[in-house]
Design a protein. Structure first.
Length: 131
């Protein structure tokens, strides 16, 4: 799928420091995926998560939070709750909330992500001090 190549190109462009161009490419990839796959395909969540990480790095915390929440719900509705991508999208939402100093909003996301990772026996991968 061409949108996957565009998303990968966006990742490479981002790593080279051209954040504005990477943002454009992520959005282009998202639009193509949405048009071809609909609103609820898990590939959309991958692209949205990448865009959220870019926005987080650019200190656009509200946008990153919106991306992470959207990715979470797409993952939840496509691959289910018990998938590491769903858990990490929840944790990323918590991180964005903490950057916004919206701790009351972020804490449930953090706990939810941790619970999912624990059920998946993956908590040790994201928090090695928990072992």
């Amino acid at each position: 799928l061409i949108s996957g190549y565009i998303c990968n190109l966006a990742n490479a462009v981002r790593k080279n420091g051209d954040l504005d161009r990477a943002r454009e490419l992520y959005k282009k990839s998202f639009e193509i995926q949405k048009k071809l796959l609909g609103d609820t395909h898990h590939s959309l969540a991958v692209t949205i998560l990448c865009l959220g990480n870019l926005e987080l790095a650019c200190k656009n915390f509200q946008l990153s939070k919106e991306c992470f929440e959207k990715a979470y719900y797409v993952y939840k509705n496509t691959v289910g709750l018990f998938c590491h991508e769903t858990a990490l999208a929840a944790e990323n939402t918590a991180i964005a909330c903490s950057k916004l100093q919206a701790f009351d909003e972020g804490l449930p996301w953090f706990h939810h992500g941790g619970e999912l990772l624990e059920k998946l026996n993956l908590l040790h991968m994201t928090m090695p001090w928990m072992n």
